[in-house]
Ligand binder design. Structure first.
Ligand code: NAP
Ligand code: COA
Length: 272
């Protein structure tokens, strides 16, 4: 089903927006008429994403940056504002790293790498974005994960980092509300054809089992998440701020815990 929003002439920046769910969100805003800038570490991914966004009809541009490096993030926002020719109306922050491993099998650096990308990276993006946001009116969406509120074996680093991301969302919705800025988190459920899903459910059989464990009976699509981002960024959500919105077919209510034992034992076998 094709959902229509009107973001004509709106400026959208998607950090971590060159593949998977976040790129799907960038494509959604491109189809809805926005000017779109994407950023991530790898220049080749940035170039490819910009090409597709341009083909979708957007005035598009891209920036190579690592969210772990605050100076790169600050420079990235300066460039994004220059490309967009004005303030940022919609900011999506979704850069993340993940690999399945038990705490006993992770080095201190392995834990640090995920906390630095997901949580510290979110802080860097939030701190650098404020001066460039449209005030009043900007919508900021942080991309979280069910691990933020559901403990999962092999995911302690992501659980801790994404729980932190949601608290950043909730706190900044208070600190920035008076500037007319709304902040919300989207919590994607298991989304098909994505890196995150392939890493956590690395066999077709397991992906099928995960799909069956979702109350709506299927894996989500990147368009499901893009549509939720369009809704949260639109005027229809003008009074929604500080929400942590699961876009997961109901998975985090019960299905997630039902399939976790199976996921865990397969990941244990693969990590041996
Ligand atoms: P993905 O395709 O790997 O997307 C991650 C994006 O972040 C890529 O564009 C990547 O590009 C960028 N990135 C990674 N590290 C970065 C860094 N240090 N600095 C800047 N950019 C960086 O994965 P995905 O599965 O679509 O996940 C997207 C988001 O959805 C993540 O926040 C994830 O936690 C969340 N999520 C996913 C699922 C799922 O089912 N897939 C479920 C729940 C939540 P580069 O490699 O070029 O840096
Ligand atoms: N199990 C245990 N440790 C692991 C691991 C695994 N499966 N994969 C990586 N690590 C460790 C590395 O060994 C390293 O620790 P060490 O220095 O003590 O050896 C540490 O994690 C950092 O790895 P490195 O490859 O140097 O980091 P990076 O900065 O290049 O990449 C990652 C960061 C590891 C998160 C990488 O997976 C990544 O870039 N991910 C982005 C894409 C992604 O994860 N998408 C899904 C989003 S939900």
């Amino acid at each position: 089903m094709s959902i229509e929003f009107n973001f004509k002439d709106k400026n959208v920046f998607v950090v971590g927006g060159t593949s998977g769910i976040n790129f799907g969100i960038a494509c959604g805003f491109a189809r809805w008429g926005a000017n779109v800038v994407v950023a991530s570490r790898k220049q080749d991914k940035v170039d490819k994403a910009v090409q597709t966004l341009t083909e979708l009809g957007a005035k598009a541009n891209g920036i190579a940056l690592d969210v772990r490096n605050y100076d790169e993030v600050v420079t990235g926002f300066d460039k994004a504002a220059e490309y967009l020719g004005g303030s940022i109306d919609v900011l999506i922050s979704g850069a993340a790293g993940n690999f399945p491993a038990r705490v006993n099998d992770m080095s201190a650096n392995a834990i640090r790498s995920v906390i630095e990308i997901d949580l510290l990276g979110t802080f860097h993006v939030m701190k650098a974005c404020f001066q460039h946001l449209t005030k009043p009116g900007a919508s900021v969406i942080n991309i979280s994960a069910p691990q933020a509120f559901l403990p999962m074996e092999h995911q302690a680093h992501v659980c801790a980092a994404k729980a932190g991301v949601d608290m950043v969302t909730r706190t900044l919705c208070m600190e920035w509300g008076s500037a007319g800025i709304r902040l919300n988190s989207i919590v994607p459920g298991p989304i098909g054809d994505t890196e995150g899903m392939d890493r956590l459910a690395p066999t077709p059989d397991l992906q099928k089992a995960v799909g069956h464990s979702v109350p709506l009976g299927r894996l989500g699509s990147v368009d499901d998440v893009a549509n939720a981002a369009g809704l949260l960024a639109s005027d229809a959500a003008a009074y929604i701020s500080g929400a942590i919105l699961p876009v997961d077919g109901g998975w985090s209510q019960s299905g997630a815990t039902a399939v976790m034992g199976k996921m865990s034992s397969i990941l244990d076998k693969m990590n041996k």
